[in-house]
Design a protein around this ligand. Structure first.
Ligand code: FAD
Length: 125
């Protein structure tokens, strides 16, 4: 594989990370339990601490102070993700994404954990 410049690697890392984050949020329960809410919140704060691009992580941590993760429902969480990504887009001079398109854009083709348990019969997926 040819050596990629730092900016290219940073952009690829960003695209992959946003993809994972938005897909997680789009699959988050519509009615989360308090444990699920804590798990999502912890995941987002830890993500902001371990994100490998230091400049990006520092900026994202500031954004989280201003816009804390919304975990009350799937819609709240996915709209929050869209909003903070748009804040980063604005800072980088990128196009603003229409958050009405979020559910359609981030379909992962995955089953719910309960459905998967039923279909493989093992209950251990
Ligand atoms: P990306 O912004 O990576 O978006 C990928 C795709 O997601 C787009 O093509 C579009 O289809 C969709 N999308 C766009 N906006 C939204 C939205 N609001 N909601 C849902 N989907 C959307 N780079 C820096 O140079 N400096 C930084 O400080 C910086 N901070 C970052 C912080 C975080 C937490 C992350 C994950 C990335 C950060 N990046 C930063 C990387 C940057 O955001 C981009 O990922 C990178 O520049 C590549 O941009 P892109 O134009 O390919 O699209």
């Amino acid at each position: 594989m040819p050596h990629l410049g730092n900016e290219t690697i940073k952009a690829e890392l960003g695209r992959a990370s946003w993809m994972l984050l938005h897909t997680i949020l789009a699959r988050y329960p519509e009615k989360p339990t308090s444990e699920e809410r804590e798990a999502l919140s912890a995941y987002i704060y830890l993500f902001s601490r371990v994100y490998p691009c230091g400049e990006c992580a520092a900026h994202f941590q500031k954004l989280l102070k201003q816009f804390p993760p919304q975990t009350s429902s799937r819609i709240a969480a996915s709209q929050w993700g869209c909003h903070v990504h748009n804040k980063v887009n604005a800072r980088l001079g990128k196009e603003i994404f229409d958050c009405n398109e979020i559910a359609e854009r981030y379909q992962c083709g995955c089953e719910d954990a309960e459905q998967s348990d039923k279909s493989d019969g093992s209950g251990s997926s």
